[in-house]
Write a protein that binds this ligand. Sequence first.
Ligand code: IPM
Ligand code: MN
Length: 364
Amino acid sequence: MKKKIVILPGDGIGKEVTTEGKRVLETIASLFGHQFEYDEATIGHDAIEATGNPLPDETLAKLKNCDAILFGAVGHPKYDNDPSLKVRPEQGLLKMRKELGLYANLRPIKLFDELLQASAIKPEILKGSDILFFRELTGDVYFGEKGRKDDGNTAYDVMIYQRYEVERIAHKAFQAARTRKNKVTSVDKANVLESSRLWRAVVQEIGKLYPDVELEHQFIDSAAMKLIQNPRSFDVVLTGNLFGDILTDEASQIAGSMGMLASASVGDSVGLYEPIHGSAHDITGKGIANPLASILSAALLLDISFGLKEEAETIIKAVEKALALGFRTADIADAETDRAKILNTQAMGSLIVDQLMVSVKENQ
Ligand code: IPM
Ligand code: MN
């Protein structure tokens, strides 16, 4: 298969982890006989420093003209500490989502058995958890009208949803549920918010087209609680942009660490794949970031954008194997981890590459 992939490292640990994600893609290409061509582009703080624009036109042109994107992260503490700055790295990410029509953000929360102990939640509550989030990504308060009035002393962000925006992501969630445990939990705040009442009504309508899929509705506050109380009761979770942002960070604790979670953003055209962790400036440049989320993002890329299921499965198996052999990065290590098996970013990448080569050879 011949494909063009853009690597978009972004800020902070984004560079370190996408380097390993790319190595894994290169390894898969050579083992399975694919031709992947790579290009690189800038976004976020990096791009602001170079061009003044968090999403330069040149980057957007490259993204619109490729088959898939492997993205790192954006963000920089400089902006977090100064809310008055007008040009911000996150604007690049939001504009990219909008421009590429990436309205569905899939965040699979899958617990690797080997990491049961790494979570702060009791193993007996966690075991067997497997949740797929569908977070709406191009609507809601993120993109509603925002502004200031009364001399800057009043600020607002409008929470807004249109019917078609809810319909299209609801279809995706119900279709995914059919390939899993046939259950969709739609999360909103319909007891208070008008936009949530529209959300709920539309999801109910779409749900009727999928009578074989069980549909339940939960309010965001209660869902946040139940997620920790009984994560196994969820299969597919369908929710809006802001609620999904918050709930998926919470859910990352079910998987042991943010460092393990990959995500896919899909919609009208090209797919974008990224870890759910951010730029993590506290550990940037130290070479200790966990590259597994980027590597698992590469697996999602192969699966969803290219339909290469076997290749994707091979990557997941290699990650499982590395964990089963006792190897960890610092974020997923615990008191029982053999100190000699705590790897840095690059060494973990190399280990996965080795495991890929071994597993493909074994299957020949
Ligand atoms: C995420 C991030 C982004 C979001 C930020 C960086 C704008 O937290 O992808 O979850 O809020 O969507
Ligand atoms: Mn987030």
